[in-house]
Write a protein that binds this ligand. Structure first.
Ligand code: FES
Length: 101
């Protein structure tokens, strides 16, 4: 099972392939806002994926459109509710506004 490492806390959790990153983050005991309840229609679950980007699901049109509207978006940006874990370990970074801080 791939390991998800969550920064900045450094918490890790093993999750099955096919798990949404948002669910892995919550399962690790971290908080992440989901204003649209995981429909890919807001930006509150915006995270950076630092490692393992190639193994997670590709960005679909809806996510891409949403990311385009976010200030501070970068090549590592994903919406945690739309990104699905693949075979490889991943390291993600929670952003201050996404964790509700
Ligand atoms: S919770 Fe709204 S886009 Fe992920």
């Amino acid at each position: 099972m791939p390991v998800v490492t969550i920064m900045p806390s450094g918490k890790t959790i093993d999750m099955p392939v096919g798990t949404r990153l948002v669910d892995a983050i919550l399962a690790a005991g971290e908080s992440i806002a989901q204003k649209c309840e995981g429909k890919g229609e807001c930006d509150t679950c915006h995270i950076f994926v630092h490692e393992g980007r190639k193994s997670i699901s590709k960005i679909q049109r809806k996510e891409n459109e949403q990311l385009d509207s976010i200030v501070g978006v970068g090549s590592k940006s994903r919406l945690a509710c739309q990104a699905i874990l693949g075979e490889e370990n991943v390291t993600v970074e929670l952003l201050g506004f996404a964790s509700g801080l």
